[in-house]
Design a protein around this ligand. Structure first.
Ligand code: SF4
Ligand code: SF4
Length: 172
């Protein structure tokens, strides 16, 4: 017998799902005034990001769009919006809750998978470039070598970080 797939949440279910997550509790207080968008430094620089719009889509149950588009990853976590929201919506924390749901389903931007790969293989998220190696040598500094990787791998494995980050790749 074919295995039944769990149904995706409906409009109301998605709001409930978000409020059940750490950080997502206040999303339903939003009355779409737009104060967050006008306070947001990221929204000032790109049309691709608008916190009010993300909350609106989420409250309308646009689960797929919210979780798979890159908008939720553009928040800089400056908390400007959160300080100013008249409804005390914890907007930056709601964005974290949305990211956590997205990650749990394998929706992770490639750049973060690259960071995780670097963390697991070299113990740092940004690889040391030839340019930096040369600069260090010019200043008389020793070359940087991967350190503590085994300990790091144990921590990442014990916390489930490795499985969560590479979930998408594993299932393909
Ligand atoms: S400032 Fe608060 S109430 Fe206004 S749109 Fe943003 S989250 Fe909603
Ligand atoms: S926390 Fe995110 S959404 Fe809020 S103002 Fe800063 S960048 Fe914009």
């Amino acid at each position: 017998m074919a295995e039944e797939k769990p149904e995706k949440p409906s409009t109301v279910d998605f709001a409930r799902e978000i409020t059940s997550k750490l950080g997502g509790e206040t999303i339903t207080y939003c009355y779409q005034c737009g104060t967050c968008a006008s306070s947001c430094p990221v929204a000032k620089t790109t049309d691709r990001y608008n916190p009010r719009q993300i909350l609106r889509l989420a409250l309308l149950g646009q689960r797929g769009e919210v979780l798979t588009e890159d908008a939720i990853w553009l928040c800089a976590s400056c908390y400007n919006c959160q300080e100013r929201c008249p409804q005390k919506v914890e907007i930056a924390d709601v964005i974290y809750a949305l990211r956590n749901i997205a990650i749990s389903e394998g929706n992770i931007p490639a750049i973060y998978t690259e960071f995780a790969t670097g963390l697991m293989s070299e113990g740092r998220i940004v690889p040391i470039s030839k340019f930096l190696e040369k600069k260090r040598a010019d200043y008389g500094l020793p070359p940087l070598k991967p350190t503590g990787i085994e300990a790091l791998k144990k921590i990442l494995s014990a916390t489930g970080f490795d499985k969560i980050m590479f979930k998408k790749g594993e299932s393909q």
